[in-house]
Write a protein of this length. Structure first.
Length: 234
């Protein structure tokens, strides 16, 4: 471009001749013949003009191409910024979900356990044979034992005596079976003694075991949330 400008400046008079400016060279009104020198200068001026036009067109195309590049870069930058914002939004959403889940587990598990206690309590009140199901299901773990003593609340003893044979059918090689009463056992519970050990199947013991299971289920997820929060804050 600098070279073209130099040529234009040095040949300003020739360009003026072509464009008809104030300082252009004009033929005399009566002249019908262009001299060789003037004609040569006209051709040179036309050549310069052509070169200027070509360079201007090339420059225009370069500007257009550069603008397109800038436009694409801006679009890409905008997309990346939008994508980054979206990723951050998703991360925040996941964080909120984990926090809500942690709070949900803290609240729901105790409520579920309390509800289960109420349901089971009502079942024991309504069904007089519930103790039989509890005893027989517990005895399955000691079905191969031979000497068994079962202790229940006095309110449940009658049901077990009426179903003694059903209780015996649980065992494979039972030798002795005794049924007794203990004041420290609440209705719906039982304690089973065999030659190999004791099984505490009281309702409260089962609730305690269930609570421990619930707590073990909740702790990993809560601990995970706490660890993730600590990692993000560090």
């Amino acid at each position: 471009m600098l070279e073209i400008k130099r040529i234009i400046v040095s040949n300003k008079k020739l360009l003026s001749l072509i464009y008809g400016k104030e300082d252009a060279i004009h033929l005399a009104p009566s002249s019908k013949v262009v001299s060789a020198d003037v004609f040569s200068k006209l051709l040179e001026g036309q050549d310069i003009l052509a070169r200027v036009k070509e360079d201007a067109e090339r420059y225009r195309k370069e500007v257009v191409a550069e603008c397109e590049k800038l436009k694409e870069a801006a679009q890409k930058e905008g997309f990346e910024a939008g994508f980054k914002q979206w990723v951050e939004y998703v991360a925040d959403l996941e964080k909120e979900i984990k926090e809500v889940r942690g709070e949900f587990e803290k609240i729901v598990l105790p409520v579920a356990l309390k509800a289960a206690k109420k349901i089971v309590g009502k079942e024991l009140e309504v069904s007089k044979t519930a103790i039989l199901d509890i005893v027989t299901s517990t005895l399955k773990a000691v079905a191969q034992h031979k000497k068994v003593a079962i202790y229940v609340n006095k309110e449940d003893l009658e049901v077990l005596n009426e179903n003694r044979q059903k209780i015996k059918d649980v065992f494979e090689n039972l030798e002795t079976l005794s049924l007794g009463v203990r004041d420290d056992i609440a209705p719906g519970g039982c304690i089973i003694e065999t030659e190999r050990g004791i099984i505490n199947a009281q309702i409260e013991s089962r609730w305690k075991l269930l609570e421990e299971v619930f707590e073990s289920m909740a702790k990993p997820s809560l601990k995970k949330v706490e660890n993730e929060e600590a990692t993000k804050s560090s």
